[in-house]
Design a protein around this ligand. Structure first.
Ligand SMILES: [Zn+2]
Length: 417
């Protein structure tokens, strides 16, 4: 699958994926590296044989079964895989997106099925697009949605969705629907997606006034006059993006509900972020063959629970844990358990310091109390730092497990892509 498929013709596409078996084999290859593999169950080098009439392969040694579609957007589908592949092909060659109506006609399924498949593919396209942006950034908000004739226009119009966009000049983009453009909605997105120290261009809107305090090199663009005099400080990239996005989304789809807006935005962001990629079809296929975010999240929660029960000695879930860990590893996720005695010790120490502090206050031993208060703060900070530290890694799931006691519950789950 190394060849360039951006401009894959339909003829070429059909040759590559002539039937459902080839499609299933392709997903098996992507997820497990082919039919010859190290069996995750019996740990032997074996061949997995296809089970007739089922979307399943079986280990020649221990009969362990692998369902290549499990956990993916195609799990449990009754639509033929060639049709799924063709739908993805349509998404890869389209510039403005594919409507449910178009899909319905092209692959000959019901409108409802076409609609569902379209959304699943969009969901896959959005996978892994949450990148950290840096360098020179432009941010802006916009409104999108059905304008009603005679209705209120612009900000305050009721049936519109507010969008917040971040674009890296010459790089990636991330657009997110927000409730409104108040700071409380905007700043978490800024912190999540933009590296501190980056140059951030925005208009003069009041929400952005604290960007400097947040550690960004904030440049304000005055829209009204002398724009030519501002050199590098402009927001033309994001404004251009808005105009394309609106034309494209509203031109392709007659109606986009706020509920599904993020998926359409992700699809559009994907096209922008992969605009120089020669293998767009492969990119989509690769994501479609991966565990969905929902599935990863479910597995992560489950793991966290199983681990917790095992650690507190309630039930030993060792086998189930290693199965789930293996599954996540297969997808490129790393699993780390930060159940360290170190954290538990620190937690115990914190409890002790708090007790001693109360006692010192009670005994009017204020100097001692104030020292203990300092130590308490220091310990709390250290513990929080540990949590923070674990969130910095890529595609890692970390759990910090410790005893669940009064105010602090140390059972956490982080997923990063
Ligand atoms: Zn086996």
């Amino acid at each position: 699958m190394k060849q360039k498929t951006k401009n894959l013709s339909f003829g070429q596409f059909r040759k590559l994926f002539p039937d459902n078996d080839v499609c299933l084999g392709t997903i098996l290859n992507m997820r497990y590296g082919g039919e010859n593999l190290d069996c995750p169950k019996c740990k032997r080098k074996t061949v997995y044989y296809r089970i007739k009439n089922r979307k399943c392969y079986e280990c020649g040694e221990c009969s362990n079964q692998i369902y290549p579609l499990a956990g993916t957007i195609m799990e449990g589908t009754t639509t033929e895989l060639v049709l799924w592949f063709y739908a993805m092909y349509m998404f890869s060659t389209s510039k403005n997106g594919v409507s449910a109506k178009e899909l319905e006609r092209a692959i000959g399924v019901t409108y409802k099925t076409a609609w569902r498949i379209g959304h699943k593919i969009r969901e896959a396209m959005g996978k892994g697009e949450d990148r950290i942006m840096k360098g020179i950034i432009e941010i802006d908000e916009a409104l999108i949605g059905g304008a009603v004739r005679g209705g209120k226009r612009g900000w305050g119009a009721e049936n519109k969705t507010c969008l917040f966009g971040i674009i890296e000049r010459g790089g990636n983009v991330k657009v997110t629907p927000v409730e409104n453009r108040e700071r409380v909605n905007i700043m978490p997105l800024v912190r999540k997606h933009i590296e501190k120290g980056s140059v951030v261009n925005s208009d003069e809107f009041k929400t952005y006034h604290t960007l400097g305090e947040e550690g960004y090199d904030h440049r304000t663009v005055v829209h009204s006059k002398y724009q030519w005099a501002q050199g590098e400080n402009y927001t033309n990239s994001i404004e251009g993006y808005w105009s394309n996005l609106k034309k494209s989304i509203l031109g392709t789809h007659t109606y986009v509900s706020p509920k599904h807006m993020q998926k359409y935005l992700d699809e559009f962001d994907f096209r922008h972020n992969h605009r120089n990629n020669e293998v767009i079809f492969n990119e989509i296929l690769k994501r479609a063959g991966m565990m969905t975010d929902t599935q990863v999240e479910e597995n992560a929660w489950k793991l966290s629970d199983l681990y917790h029960e095992t650690i507190i000695g309630k039930t030993d879930h060792e086998q189930e844990i290693s199965r789930l860990v293996e599954q996540l590893k297969q997808e490129g996720y790393r699993f780390e358990l930060l159940h360290s005695d170190h954290i538990a010790d620190m937690y115990d120490r914190l409890q002790m310091v708090k007790r001693d502090k109360s006692k010192a206050v009670h005994d009017n031993w204020f100097e001692h109390a104030s020292n203990l208060r300092d130590e308490e703060l220091r310990l709390k900070e250290k513990l929080e730092e540990l949590v923070y530290f674990t969130t910095g890694k890529d595609r890692t799931i970390n759990f910090i497990c410790a005893r669940e006691q009064d105010e602090w519950i140390w059972k956490q789950r982080f997923i990063f892509r």
